[in-house]
Each structure stands twice: as C-alpha cells, then as structure tokens.
Design a protein around this ligand. Structure first.
Ligand code: NAD
Length: 362
C-alpha cells in the first residue's frame, strides 16, 4: 500500500463504478472492521503528506433545508472530489441526512479512474478519521464512550472505536428512543456493554470519550461545560455547517482544540463560535509528531470534526486499490464514460458514423 499504488486501467475509457450494492459486497468480502482499519491507515498516511495536497474549504450551497457541498483535492498525482449533502430534515421524510458520491482521477490524463457511491464510504471515513484523532488525543486507558446521536453515522463510530481503540462500553442517548433501539439491534453480537441513558448529561457521566453526532440545523447545545469532567476526549462530529454546532462555547474554550483544516473549520466547526484568529492545533502536525496531542490525563481534548476533502480522497484511494486485488472483479462494473474516437479530434465523426444522427443530405 503506497500513495502511488493505484493501477491505471488498461483501457482508459472504461471507468470502474462502485454502486451502493457493490460497496455492501466489498464490506461483506473485506469486513467492516478491516475497511475501517484500512481507511484509517490511508487517512493517516495522507495527513502525513499534508503539504502535497491542494487545499480549499469545501464549496457549499446553502438552503433553508440543508447544504450541498463539493469537496475537491489533489496530491499532484491523483485528483478527487466528493459531492455531499447535509439535510437534517430528510430523516423525518424517510431520506438520509447525508448522501454522497465521489470521483478519483489521474492528474496526468485528467481521466477518471473511479466513480463511487460515498454514502456508506463517508460513514466509514468519518468514523476512521475520528479514531485517527482519538488515537492521539484520548487517554490511553479509555474504555467507555458516550455516543450522543444514534443515527446513520453512529454504529460506524462505535465499531471504529472498538476495533482500533478497544472501546467496549457505550452510553447511548438520542432524543428519539427509536434511534437508540435501532443502534442496539445493529450492534448486537459485537461485545459492547451498552447503557441507555435518558439525557446527554447522563450519557456523559463517567465516559472517557464523548462522541456527539447529532443532526439539527441550529446552534444546538448538546454538551455544556459542566457535563464534561477532566481528562475527557470529545469527538464532535455533528457540528459541520455555519449555524450548526453542538457544544456550549465555554466548553470549546476550556478544551485543547484540534482541527483538520483551519480555514474550513473556522467556517463550519465548533470553532465558528470563537474569534476568527483563535489559536488551534492542526491534526496533521500531531500525526507527524511535530505537535503534542494529549499532554496529560486531566486535559479536555476536542476534535472539532467537520470532514475534510483529503479524508474522502484517502477513502477513494483505498477503495480503488482494493479493486485491483485478486478476486475483486465482481465488486464494480465498468462504465463507458469517456468518449474514444479513433482520431481524438474527430469527436463529431464518431457520433456521425455511429448512425445515431439523422441522415445528412449528400
Ligand atoms: P441522522 O439524521 O441519521 O442522525 C442524527 C441523530 O441525531 C438522529 O437520530 C436524531 O434523533 C439525533 N438528534 C438530533 N438532535 C439531538 C439532540 N439534541 N440530542 C440527541 N440526539 C439528537 O444523521 P447522521 O447521518 O448520523 O449524521 C449526524 C451528524 O453528523 C449530521 O449533523 C451530519 O451532518 C454530521 N456528519 C459529520 C461528518 C464529519 O465529517 N464531521 C460526516 C458525516 C456526517
């Protein structure tokens, strides 16, 4: 596994497409835990190559109902982007809050080398990123996590923290008890000790890590300063849009704050509540050993997660590499996506000779 291990298709005009069905088959073939670990390794590898990436805050189109965003980046060799939405009201209409798809391309030709669903992949990469951060920021002996918000992302978070950090006790809370019941059903057999709580305050009690992954299009206050004891690591996932936060400002101010890409987090994260020049720690520097993560067992650390383009790039790169492995040829289909005239300048002639056009008078 290297940053350059992606193989070029022999036929450049055919683009592998991973549908939702394919992604579920890939999970079945590799296992959820293997994929979480694999994607986390690619994310960490790409954070270590931070200066190589083109970086920009995502391009967001806001509406009263939600947001649609484009998330592009490139390491100079490959280019990737994700299309993603965030519509908290969707869930009540039987639709996903977050859906996504993405593309990975070869910079040299500009030709795509992967089209993929990214709704499932976003849940995997968000959980993998949370664990990469927690590896450096949570106390080493952490076992118990409060999980506030038990929607679509929540099981992925729980499983990632169990697989890579050994979290085996969960304290659950959601304003909708049906979400918590759904979570408990899905997580049966994974060996978690689960406590269902009646409030976020109760869930936070005694937790080593608190993950907030709620969806509400407002400045919500899921966690207040007095709910969080010394030494806790907060993995704040749900505040990821202007005017959409989860933590009380005093709690953010008390915490050591770690972010993905400051220019984007200042717009979208808990950080939007603080002054524009408030000092933050960048995760890539911690991963590279250039900056301390957690400094002692009493510090409150906060990963102000918003989701950055390099993490989607890493996830796409991981999936593309899996497709080249033996036995994976039924995990995608080939799309006829790129026009291929015999003479590159004769695009029109290709269409004319196909017989698709009405006869042209001689
Ligand atoms: P979802 O709609 O499936 O689930 C959200 C859950 O939060 C629901 O069960 C809802 O009942 C619960 N909830 C809402 N308000 C609450 C409150 N005050 N207290 C407790 N529970 C509450 O959404 P999802 O797909 O799981 O996404 C969750 C959040 O994570 C969204 O805000 C989404 O935008 C965000 N997200 C962030 C990243 C990232 O990289 N940071 C990635 C994906 C999603």
């Amino acid at each position: 596994m290297t940053a350059t291990s992606i193989q070029m298709n022999k036929n450049l005009n055919i683009v592998p497409f991973v549908s939702v069905d394919h992604m579920m088959k890939i999970v079945g073939r590799l296992s959820m835990e293997t994929m979480l670990e694999g994607i986390a390794a690619y994310i960490e590898e790409d954070f270590k190559r931070w200066e190589l990436f083109d970086k920009t805050p995502r391009v967001a189109a806001h509406s009263d109902e939600g947001v649609i965003e484009l998330m592009p980046t490139s390491d100079g060799e490959h280019y990737g982007f994700k299309y993603v939405n965030g519509h908290p009201k969707n869930m009540k209409e039987g639709l996903q809050t977050v859906t996504a798809f993405g593309v990975l391309s070869k910079v040299y030709t500009g030709y795509p080398i992967l089209f993929s669903e990214m709704t499932i992949l976003t849940a995997l990469r968000t959980a993998a990123t949370s664990v990469v951060a927690a590896k450096y920021l949570a106390r080493k002996n952490s076992h118990c996590m409060a999980l506030i918000g038990n929607g679509a992302q929540s099981e992925f978070q729980a499983l990632a923290f169990k697989t890579m950090l050994g979290i085996d006790k969960l304290r659950l809370y959601d304003i909708d008890p049906a979400a918590t019941e759904k979570f408990k059903g899905n997580m049966q057999g994974y060996g978690f000790e689960i406590v269902t709580c009646g409030s976020a305050r109760e869930a936070a009690q005694g937790a080593d890590i608190i993950t907030t992954v709620t969806a509400d299009k407002q400045n919500a206050t899921i966690l207040t300063d007095d709910m969080v004891g010394p030494g806790v690591h907060i993995n704040a996932v749900g505040g990821d849009c202007p005017g959409k936060t989860e933590l009380e400002k005093d709690l953010v101010l008390r915490s050591s704050l770690f972010v993905e890409y400051p220019p984007q987090t200042r717009i979208e994260g808990e950080l939007q509540q603080l002054d524009a020049d408030y000092p933050v720690n960048e995760l890539w520097q911690v991963i590279r050993g250039e900056l301390a993560g957690r400094k002692n067992d009493t510090e409150v650390t906060l990963f102000d997660s918003v989701g950055f383009a390099t993490e989607d790039f890493s996830a796409l790169r991981y999936i593309r590499d899996q497709l080249d492995r033996p036995g994976m040829s039924d995990m995608y289909e080939n799309l006829d996506m790129i026009a291929d005239p015999d003479d590159p300048r004769d695009l029109y002639g290709m269409v004319r000779r196909s017989g698709a056009m009405a006869k042209v008078a001689a």
